[in-house]
Design a protein around this ligand. Sequence first.
Ligand code: SAM
Length: 305
Amino acid sequence: MTTGFGRDLVAALAAQPRSISPKYFYDAEGSRLFDRICELPEYYPTRTELGILQRHAGEMGALAGPGCEIVEFGAGSLRKVRLLLQAFEAPARYVPIDISGEYLRDAAAVLRREFAGLDVQPLVADYTQAVALPPAGKGRRIGFFPGSTLGNFTPEEALAFLQGAARLLQGGALILGADLVKDPNVLHAAYNDGAGVTAAFNLNLLARANRELGANFQLANYAHYAFYNAPLARIEMHLVAREKQVVAVGGERFAIAEGEALHTENSYKFTIAGLRDLASRAGFRPGPAWTDPERLFSVHWLHAP
Ligand SMILES: C[S@@+](CC[C@H](N)C(=O)[O-])C[C@H]1O[C@@H](n2cnc3c(N)ncnc32)[C@H](O)[C@@H]1O
């Protein structure tokens, strides 16, 4: 298998327990499904974070200063950054980074038409690897990592990512969105929506393998299973086989027994104090932390000295 997805899927299927990075959800179809998740009544994080950004973008703009450059990690639909671009004083450049290339390029083209004069430089890249940014301009470099995507990392990976971000953003800051620990039933509902969109998003991993790698997953054989693991403060998503199946991927065959699971995502939840401590250990100096009245979600200003 020549693609990273192919190699990692074969390795995941060969291992026990089976687990693969959630970054492989995101081909163009995965990005579209994620955007539908963001509109679901059960999925409070997007609307709550948008509300926090709406209320506090002015304060963030004052901290960023004029002519800054915004670098967004895992940019997706570019919906949230519009609130910053509108509130900040003459932002000079915007570098959205995403692994979902076709989707990113289309979203960047729309944004470019909306913000004439803004230098928009989309970067199709995996932000867990070294990212080559365009040389820094005159303004401060402000990172933006919304959507609580940080929660998809293990705590060790999150620390490593933040250490890298602190180096990349030296002299600037990171605006970080982090979902908060809360009633597990609210969390559970957010990943088990009634319309089945999260299930389709989870199953898209297998659909993508069929499309891109010529695999033969029978999608109807796999159940979306998401639950809150309270001791680890994380939602776990799995795909569980309803029946045994022999799957062929990249010339290799794997016997999957009834009830066996492929672990597809973790989504860690944070406390404000825990997040600030993690950021400090990564080299940031925590500034303001904003939240909503129900304390569902948080947005953090982290100085990168
Ligand atoms: C949970 S979505 C969040 C999207 C958007 N930022 C938001 O807040 O609604 C995660 C985004 O990060 C991207 N992504 C996931 N893993 C990535 C990686 N390793 N490198 C680059 N982008 C990644 C996905 O394609 C997706 O657009």
